[in-house]
Design a protein around this ligand. Structure first.
Ligand SMILES: [Zn+2]
Length: 69
């Protein structure tokens, strides 16, 4: 009567590539590389995802390069 242990619950997967197991040093990522990718994604623009539906047009100017004051 032992619980069935799924072999997939060993380690969480990298939040970025979702393929490699998370490394303790770079949680929740597998490596510094994936951590950097995610960081850059947020730094540049979280919504600037190619192919993403422009459904959420929330008219928020501010990401434009116009610096006229
Ligand atoms: Zn990764």
């Amino acid at each position: 009567m032992s619980k069935p242990i799924s072999p997939k619950v060993s380690k969480p997967k990298c939040a970025q590539c979702r393929r490699k197991p998370v490394a303790a040093d770079y949680r929740p990522f597998c490596s510094k590389r994936c951590a950097d990718i995610d960081l850059n994604k947020w730094l540049s623009d979280g919504y600037a995802i190619p192919g993403a539906p422009a459904d959420m047009a929330d008219d928020t100017p501010g990401q434009e390069m116009s610096e006229e004051d």
